[in-house]
Design a protein around this ligand. Structure first.
Ligand code: HEM
Length: 401
């Protein structure tokens, strides 16, 4: 039993295994105050139906500026919501009408039709990376990371030589415990992006960042701070998450050999299997921070005004009111309706791209390496409550085709 009167403290054990805590909370206290590992007290929503309600409630807001002082007072690190103003003015931190305007500027680049045009290039990058794999490797480092980072950098127009720097900065942003290291990584990224934008301004190219610079120059649509923030959001949201889809997905399949065999036997299962891997692995464990602009009732509990709210997507995806036998991976089930891409107006803009990358990466990996196996079972999850990703995924690859 958990007492619901004092906030529950989510510690490092929770990061390693959130599902045990989620199960308990869904039963005993599905909308409950908890203290996040970096010290912020939030209301955590763990049931599927409540999660959807919270994510679509108009008084549960994303623009944290009105409650900034409360956030800064209690929070020692940051999520993508907690940077200085020059990286934070993006759609994921905005409410309508700003959100609508900012999202509309880039929505066309991420429609299913536009993303489908990227397929040959995603396939080419995938095959090149797979060609280089043999023996024992960290699959996260050698495959799951370089694929999405290359794709999103090419889409935006970030030179290849600079792509490695992103891993360093985003790892720091996601896992750092001190405000100082977060500040340093944010600062490095901000300086870099300002320089890159100046380059695009002087020499526009056929890429998304040049198109956004044009939108800023046209005035009205995008100001200078929003431009840097948009570039930052797309770069960060576009790769850390997809890395986790690939790594968590491969791990789940290796731990359920019957499911891996079923997928290999019938590649037509792939699109559905990726949805199930998204549900099961929940690459984004929680949504980003929200707060109540007025008292809000969720699942019979009233959350007072000016309180922080976090929706546990990883928990909603394992709610047995919505998915039968939720802790079992089943690549033949219909996982449609999972919340791994969120819900409501902030539903993941990059979902079509993430699905394309996930299907190509996982499909080709398991096809080309019939003997793919875990090289160690001693795995650790990265120190983040926002994202659920492995520190390393050591695998053995033989039988290259
Ligand atoms: C928003 C998950 C890949 C761009 C979100 C949200 C989730 C999510 C849960 C909503 C967060 C919230 O409401 O607090 C994922 C997962 C991915 C993925 C699991 C990979 C498997 C991508 C990619 C892009 C992208 C490839 C490409 C640029 C965005 C953007 C938003 C967003 C721009 C903000 C949308 C808005 O505020 O309207 N994503 N994402 N994501 N995602 Fe993704």
């Amino acid at each position: 039993m958990t007492s619901t009167h004092t906030p529950m403290v989510l510690d490092d054990d929770f990061v390693q295994d959130p599902f045990t805590v989620y199960r308990l909370l869904r039963i005993e206290a599905p909308v409950r105050e908890v203290v996040m590992p970096r010290g912020l007290k939030v209301w955590l929503v763990t049931r599927y139906a409540d999660a959807r309600d919270a994510l679509s409630h108009p008084a549960v807001r994303k623009d944290l500026r009105p409650v900034r002082h409360l956030f800064d007072k209690h929070h020692t690190g940051t999520s993508t919501g907690g940077f200085g103003a020059d990286l934070s003015a993006h759609m994921l931190n905005s409410d309508p009408p700003d959100h609508t305007r900012l999202r509309r500027l880039v929505a066309r680049a991420f429609t299913m039709r536009r993303v489908e045009l990227l397929r040959p290039r995603v396939e080419e990058i995938t095959e090149n990376l797979l060609d280089g794999l043999s023996g024992e490797v960290d699959l996260t480092d050698a495959f799951a990371f370089p694929l999405p980072v290359t794709v999103i950098c090419e889409l935006l127009g970030v030179p290849q030589a600079d792509q490695d720097d992103f891993r360093g900065w985003t790892t720091k942003l996601v896992t750092a415990r001190s405000a100082q290291s977060v500040g340093e990584a944010g600062q490095a990224m901000s300086v870099y992006l300002h320089g890159l934008i100046d380059t695009k301004r002087a020499n526009p190219a056929d890429d998304l960042l040049s198109a956004l610079v044009q939108a800023e120059e046209d005035g009205e649509k995008l100001n200078a701070v929003e431009l840097v923030s948009m570039a930052f959001l797309l770069l960060v949201a576009g790769h850390e998450t997809t890395v986790n889809l690939i790594s968590n997905g491969v791990l789940a399949l290796l731990r359920a050999p019957d499911q891996l065999a079923a997928l290999r036997a019938d590649p037509a299962l792939l699109p559905g299997a990726v949805e199930e891997l998204l549900r099961f692995g929940s690459p984004v464990n929680h949504t980003t921070m929200r707060y109540t602009a007025e008292p809000v009732e969720i699942g019979g509990t009233t959350i007072p005004e000016d309180e922080f709210v976090v929706v546990a997507l990883g928990s909603a995806n394992r709610d047995d009111d919505r998915f039968g036998d939720p802790d079992t991976l089943d690549v033949t089930r219909s996982a449609a309706g999972h919340l791994s891409f969120g819900h409501g107006i902030h539903f993941c803009l990059g979902a079509p791209l993430a699905r394309l990358e996930g299907q190509i990466a996982i499909g080709r990996l398991v096809e080309r390496f019939p003997d793919l196996a875990l090289a160690s079972d001693d795995l650790r999850w990265r120190n983040s409550t926002l994202l659920r990703g492995l520190e390393e995924l050591p695998v053995r690859l033989e039988g290259h085709t």
